[in-house]
Each structure stands twice: as structure tokens, then as C-alpha cells.
Design a protein around this ligand. Structure first.
Ligand SMILES: [Zn+2]
Length: 261
């Protein structure tokens, strides 16, 4: 049994939530951490967690790569966190911009704005003792790590993690988690990452409904993919699947302060 630690359950493709959660459970995925990206998706994520309180836990987020989000949107997300902090397990996804820098006319200014926004969000995480699910891929990871340390954040995960090996090492040494998804089944870079990071610092996620290649080509993306990722980690770590699933679930509970169901 395993927890999917990062899923966009608010997406219309999961409109039949009962069926989504049943399919997940049939694949040994007994819980889902649902993330939001802006005011609207946070609202929907909160409603889902309330309606499915034994299996879905909510994080509220402000996605750093969504360039259309304004400071006014951030004000509103902060209000949501202040109002609902007792009902959520973390902030996510939050982080630093990376993919949007490519199309930015002033990447340095975009990054600077992203840093200031992350500072505001991490201050909130600190105030309410919330876990942090970070979107900080590649060159953004090092800045996010520095920000976590500066704010004294103790519980955080670098979701769908990709970064230079020395940055990954620093993240693990600082006591933070890194999360891997379905790409670990078919992509060498992700397999090397999973090999290098100790099992006690790893989490699994689907990031559904993101579509994947390899054996996932053409399949409906959902929380159930997290079980396949855990199975692949068991192969990489050369340990029994049940043991690896237990340890990964324990990691998720440790990060998000969840009570084992
Ligand atoms: Zn995501």
C-alpha cells in the first residue's frame, strides 16, 4: 500500500472522484496528497479533501511557473492559507520559476519576483508549521534549497525532482525529501537519481493527469501510477516491494505529519 504524494485531483479528468479513488485503491494506492496551483484550484482541492477526508489530503499552492499569476492572486492564496491552515497538510505546489524563464523577456526580473513570492509563502509555512511541496526543477533547485534553510523549514519535498547531483546531495543532507514519478521506470536520468538517493529520503508521486511515455503511453494517468513507481524503486533498491511500499508510506507520513490509516 502506498500514498501518491503529488496529484492534481482538481482536474476535470478526475470528475468522478469515487471511481478515481477506487481505481487507485485497486492498485494499492490508499491515499493521495492533492496539490493546488492558484486560487481556483486550491478551492477545488480543499473541497475534495473535505469530501474524502480519509483518503485525500490538501496542499494549497501558487505555481511559480504560471506567469499569468499576479501579486493580487498571491494575496488571495495567502488569505486561503490563513483561513484554512488547520485543514491542510502543506503548501504546494510552490517554488521558483524555471520553465517560464525561457520565454521571459527579462529572466532575471522574473526570477527575482519568484524569489520574493517564495519568501512570502515560506514565511506562511513556517508560521503554521506546514510541509512544503516544491516545484523547483533543474537550476531552480539550489535557490529553493537556500530559501528553505533561510526560513528554517524542516519538512519539504522537491517534487518530480531533477537537479545536478551535488545539489541533490545537499538537499538530502539537509533532511529534505526528493520525489520521483513514472519517468523512473523508463528514463535513465531518473533511475540514476533514484539509485543515488537513500530510500529514507525518497517519495513517489504520479503528478497526474500528466501523460507519460514508455509503458505508460496511452494509459489513463492517475494516482495509481504511484504504485508502479514504488515497484520500480523496489527493483532499483533490490528490496521486497512490500517493504519498500511500507517505507515510502512512512516517509510520506513523516513529511506531511499524517496518521497511518
Ligand atoms: Zn504538479
Amino acid at each position: 500500500m502506498i500514498i501518491d504524494t503529488h496529484c492534481h485531483l482538481y482536474e476535470p479528468v478526475f470528475a468522478n472522484m469515487q471511481e478515481t479513488l477506487q481505481t487507485a485503491l485497486a492498485h494499492d494506492v490508499w491515499g493521495v496528497v492533492a496539490v493546488g496551483c492558484d486560487v481556483d484550484t486550491n478551492e477545488r482541492t480543499l473541497a475534495l479533501a473535505t469530501a474524502n477526508s480519509k483518503t485525500v489530503w490538501a496542499c494549497l499552492g501558487f505555481h511559480p511557473d504560471r506567469v499569468h499569476l499576479s501579486d493580487d492572486d498571491l494575496d488571495q492564496v495567502e488569505q486561503q492559507v490563513v483561513e484554512h491552515h488547520a485543514r491542510i497538510i502543506g503548501l504546494g505546489e510552490v517554488g521558483l520559476p524555471w520553465y517560464c524563464l525561457q520565454s521571459s523577456t527579462d529572466p532575471a526580473a522574473t526570477m527575482e519576483r519568484g524569489r520574493k513570492r517564495l519568501d512570502r509563502l515560506l514565511a506562511l509555512a513556517g508560521r503554521y508549521d506546514l510541509a512544503v511541496a516544491l516545484h523547483a526543477p533543474h537550476g531552480a533547485a539550489v535557490g529553493a534549497l537556500e530559501a528553505l534553510k533561510r526560513h528554517g523549514i524542516e519538512r519539504a519535498v522537491f517534487h518530480w525532482h531533477k537537479a545536478p547531483p551535488d545539489v541533490t546531495r545537499d538537499i538530502v543532507e539537509a533532511g529534505y525529501f526528493v520525489s520521483v514519478g513514472p519517468e523512473v521506470v523508463y528514463r535513465e536520468r531518473d533511475r540514476e537519481l533514484a539509485t543515488s538517493v537513500p530510500l529514507d529520503s525518497l517519495l513517489v508521486e504520479s503528478d497526474a493527469p500528466w501523460k507519460y511515455s514508455g509503458e505508460f503511453e496511452g494509459l489513463d494517468s492517475g494516482p495509481w501510477f504511484a504504485a508502479r513507481v514504488a515497484e520500480e524503486l523496489a527493483k532499483i533498491k533490490q528490496l521486497p516491494v512490500a517493504d519498500v511500499m511500507f517505507r515510502l508510506s512512512t516517509n510520506a507520513c513523516r513529511l506531511f505529519d499524517l496518521v497511518w490509516a
